[in-house]
Design a protein around this ligand. Structure first.
Ligand code: DX5
Ligand code: ZN
Length: 223
């Protein structure tokens, strides 16, 4: 049975799969279609092979966006850029545990700047990395693809990991969001939610669909 948080599934379209020529229009359309937040993928060509966008783009989006900006940092030394991304208008900043030698310090800096802070685990990174940080984060993002590109296939090995994390969070009496990112579409979203996730990132399945509203409703639906 789905209860509590899982009754309120949030959909975060990843603008990486949007048409950048008309990014403003694409964002307005997913907002009108019911998106709960905008997922912004920041890649540096070091931690991941791809290079995407930085603070100036977040800043431009912030001027018009009507929903929160969920900024996923796939960069080395994220501590160097946290202030820039907060100043640009991020509402939630997530950092990969694989990139932080002083994870607790990085999460504290994010929260001190007044925004929500989250941590991200790659598919092969075990949950044990959350052991001394879980109580301090607003959200945990579990990757369901290896980060770097949109349009990859969902890795079902994340499902038992989501279940275990949901159990840990519930047992600790926490209210932490569980976000899942990579290859989510209307056919597999239900398994992700049933495992215990409550925030779904979706790039290509939303932006490559012909009807954003229908797709977002399907992603949110429990049937
Ligand atoms: C992958 C990114 C994802 C990606 C999701 O490294 O973190 O957010 O854009 O895109 P889809 O939904 O197409 O896998
Ligand atoms: Zn992402």
């Amino acid at each position: 049975m789905l209860m509590g948080k899982m009754d309120n599934i949030k959909i975060a379209p990843s603008i990486l799969s949007a048409d950048f020529w008309k990014l403003g229009q694409e964002i307005a359309e997913v907002e009108d279609a019911g998106a709960d937040m905008l997922h912004i993928d920041v890649m540096d060509g070091h931690f991941v092979p791809n290079i995407t966008m930085g603070p100036p783009i977040v800043n431009s989006i912030k001027k018009k966006a009507r929903i929160p900006l969920d900024v996923h940092l796939m960069i080395e030394n994220p501590e160097k850029y946290i202030t820039d991304f907060v100043d640009a208008g991020s509402d939630i900043l997530t950092v990969h545990v694989e990139t932080c030698s002083h994870l607790e310090g990085v999460v504290s800096s994010i929260k001190r700047l007044g925004v929500k802070g989250g941590v991200v685990l790659n598919p092969a990174t075990p949950l044990i990395f959350l052991d001394h940080i879980l109580e301090q984060v607003d959200m945990v993002l579990l990757m369901s693809v290896n980060p770097g590109f949109g349009g990859q296939q969902f890795l079902p090995s994340v499902l038992p990991k989501i279940e275990k994390l949901r159990e840990k969070i519930d047992n600790a009496g926490l209210n932490t969001d569980i976000q899942v990112d990579g290859g989510i579409n209307p056919s597999n979203c239900r398994s992700v939610v049933e495992a215990g996730a409550n925030v779904l990132v979706a790039g290509s399945s939303v932006f490559h669909s012909t009807n954003y509203k229908e797709t977002i409703a399907e992603l949110r639906s429990k049937k």
